[in-house]
Design a protein around this ligand. Sequence first.
Ligand SMILES: Cc1cc2nc3c(=O)[nH]c(=O)nc-3n(C[C@H](O)[C@H](O)[C@H](O)COP(=O)(O)OP(=O)(O)OC[C@H]3O[C@@H](n4cnc5c(N)ncnc54)[C@H](O)[C@@H]3O)c2cc1C
Length: 444
Amino acid sequence: MGGPAAAVGRLRGGWDVTVLERARELGEVGAGWSFAPNALRAADALGVGEQFRACSVPTEAGATMRLPDGAYLMRFQPEADQVLLANHRADLQRVLARHVPAEKIRTGCEVTGVRQDGAGVTVIRRDGGEMRADLLVGADGIHSTVRRGVWPDAPEPVFQRILCWRGVTAPGAVWPVRGFQTWSRGARFGAHPLVGERVFWFLTVRQEQPGLRFDDDLGEVAARTRGWHKPIPGLLAATPPEAVLRHDIHDLDPLPSYAKGRIALLGDAAHAMTPFLAQDACQALEDAVVLAAEAVGADSVPQALDRYDKARRPRSQQVQRMARTDPRLSLSTSGATYRLMPAMTPPGLHRHGSPQERPPLGLGPPVHAPRPGAVMGYRVPMVERARRRPRAGRPHRRRAVPKRPGFTRHIGTVSGVSTNGITTSSTARHSTPDEHGSRLRAAP
Ligand SMILES: Cc1cc2nc3c(=O)[nH]c(=O)nc-3n(C[C@H](O)[C@H](O)[C@H](O)COP(=O)(O)OP(=O)(O)OC[C@H]3O[C@@H](n4cnc5c(N)ncnc54)[C@H](O)[C@@H]3O)c2cc1C
């Protein structure tokens, strides 16, 4: 996704671009994903915002949190909560690919090595051929060949002790679904509506060893969510078993640089992160905007890439760190953590509808910690509740979220408070200025 996005940005900046893709074709790959508004703003800057919206469906999963028995920890409130946009990876990939001339996308073309000199970059392909360019963007994912070639000492991806299954239901089989997440101890299920009356779902679980295989992935998901509330069983029943994806979740330690000379890293190749903030691909889109904008009017390619590195690394690595920290609590298997957390979220502060919907304090199915310090559209139930607690005898007043310039204004919904030491205000300091989007839009 980062590759085509970068290509769209570079084409917009007036460059001649070629995309090299290892896969034989750009097919129906992946499942669904969700995007916070910063992704949409980046898509707008790239000139693909309208098509992005057209292939996406609003989802309430960022602010509707349930327990396995169906009780609500938190319910989406239209006037207060941020909708995310969900789409199918293949649909978004098609949108981006449509903006790149077909002859500029070379599929079945695997890069096996790169080298650079003062005048340009040489790309070595698996078929033995070589190509020359002024600039190379390594958007080749978490196991990036470009990263290994240019930064041989960079650390390898780190397994985060998380396993994730994903699936997409058959069209119309379970509809409508507004988007929700369901939290259990050491596990989280989520669902987002997609265009075509399909529903994307995921189950993430704590898993100590990577590489586990299952004869029947869908059966395994069903077994692990047995007895959970509707529509979870229906979603699983409506999913073609062969389309279920299973991934060990890895991320990267922060890299010392995203650019060297005429070569830059982008997306997962630069800052792969756990998907817990739904920001991974959003950050790749931001990368693409900044990369293209920095090239507009730059004196040289290395200078433009240096500026790209300086603009993108602090912000994306802050998000990367938060995405690594989040599941340590939100996927905690610790009984103590899960017993403690309901006690820290008194029923009076819960955003359930009626008292009957509330689980008794500390009872009910295992509940892991509400996610602390979350940003990017996923909010912090505990902090939010505390902020919204009406004082005795006084009407409840909603506190305005301060608007800040840059993408962050549209990402963070919680400011200055967290239980894990990471605050959105510290993220804001590293925000990517709006200016990059404006510069790209103004490019000739
Ligand atoms: C379970 C899971 C759930 C996720 N959920 C979300 C979500 O909700 N929201 C979100 O924003 N993100 C999510 N992500 C993350 C998202 O999938 C990635 O951040 C995003 O795909 C990164 O895009 P990319 O282009 O950098 O890398 P990739 O999507 O990995 O693309 C890399 C491309 O490079 C090609 N390639 C690799 N090596 C070579 C080579 N040597 N030569 C030529 N081509 C090569 C590959 O074939 C591939 O097409 C999730 C990830 C996972 C695993």
